[in-house]
Write a protein that binds this ligand. Structure first.
Ligand SMILES: C[S@@+](CC[C@H](N)C(=O)[O-])C[C@H]1O[C@@H](n2cnc3c(N)ncnc32)[C@H](O)[C@@H]1O
Length: 329
């Protein structure tokens, strides 16, 4: 489960209730709203480390889809650029204290590791993960930057943004001396603007925030609008958590409206429901990928792959998937 994210939502909710109680009691926070928000944003951002979640079911859906999209771009020689607005550390040791804390990869990549007869799209994704591991055992998991790097040709480019100081430092180290990769320690939503559209007019933006801060939902909507306004043919991939939360349910609808009016090649929305809410009614139920201007082959691949992911990673009898594709897709 995305325990960090869920905890953050609960903390935010209780902080809001505390504020209301204090205001009813006639006294207020000394900090202005702007400052309080900035400090909250900073602390929450620092609390999230992707290492806690590396290789979980959400990574599996996101990274399998990313491999399929980049594989399609590789069918032509013309260069592409991937802009990863929220890159995290790049790669993870599965036996680290962070990853072992909740061992989320056990319900994710580990379920695929030894599974026989995977459909070609999943077998290709698994090959990328295997290539990252030195031996037969699953000990390392590549994040989106490393997955992308594995599929790049000499003409392709990778642009990475990461705000967390520790993960940014790890990312820098990961790609030190790599002339095809630029790593920046700035906000990915604004950083994306200088990298989009790519000079070759072929490329992908991957938008993958942690959504611990509710403003991430609005930032994603604005970022997608910006990306499509700059380059209506570019592929935009958005990952989002499937939570029992209004913002999570509304996000795909808002993305659909934008894609409907701005995209050239339609959209696709895949969602997995894999877990039940916890005893407090919270928890990561699954996740979704909303892809604008997807490769025309992707819907067919996902139709084959999603039921397999449900079978392998589903945690309760009601596990399932949905796949919606625009008429122009
Ligand atoms: C879900 S993780 C990304 C995982 C990565 N894309 C992958 O698939 O391996 C989200 C990351 O975004 C970072 N982050 C949060 N807000 C950011 C922002 N505004 N700009 C860039 N990075 C940000 C967090 O520190 C975190 O490492």
């Amino acid at each position: 489960m995305l325990v960090q994210a869920v905890d953050a939502f609960e903390i935010e909710r209780s902080a809001r209730n505390r504020t209301k109680r204090k205001q009813r009691g006639g006294w207020h926070y000394a900090l202005s709203g702007e400052w309080a928000r900035a400090i909250w944003h900073h602390r929450t951002m620092l609390a999230y480390r992707h290492a806690f979640h590396a290789g979980n079911h959400a990574d599996v859906l996101k990274h399998a889809t990313l491999v399929a999209v980049l594989r399609y771009l590789n069918l032509k020689d013309k260069a592409w650029r991937l802009v990863d607005t929220h890159a995290a550390a790049g790669g993870y040791e599965l036996d680290s204290a962070y990853t072992q804390k909740h061992a989320e990869y056990r319900q994710g990549i580990e379920r695929l590791w030894l599974a026989p007869d995977l459909p070609p799209m999943l077998a290709d994704y698994l090959d990328q993960v295997r290539a990252f591991n030195p031996g037969e055992a699953l000990t390392l998991y590549p994040g989106s930057p490393r997955i992308a790097r594995g599929l790049m040709r000499p003409q392709d480019q990778l642009r990475l943004f990461e705000l967390h100081p520790t993960d940014h430092a790890l990312l820098l180290e990961n790609f030190a001396g790599d002339r095809q990769v630029i790593v920046q320690h700035i906000d990915g939503f604004s950083g994306m603007k200088s990298q989009w559209p790519p000079p070759s007019r072929r490329g992908v933006v991957l938008i993958d925030p942690s959504y611990e801060i509710k403003t991430d939902y609005a930032a994603v909507v604005a970022g997608v609008r910006e990306a499509l306004t700059r380059f209506a043919e570019g592929t935009v991939m958005v990952w989002y958590p499937h939570l029992d939360l209004r913002e999570s349910a509304q996000l795909p609808k808002r993305l659909e409206e934008i894609a409907q009016s701005l995209s050239k090649k339609g959209w696709l929305h895949a969602r997995l429901t894999l877990a039940e809410p916890n005893e407090r009614g919270f928890g990561l139920l699954g996740s979704g990928m909303f892809i604008i201007n997807p490769p025309y082959t992707l819907a067919g691949q996902l139709r084959e792959v999603l039921p397999v992911l449900v079978r392998l990673m589903g945690q309760f009898r009601g596990a399932g998937h949905t796949l919606a594709v625009s008429e122009t897709g």
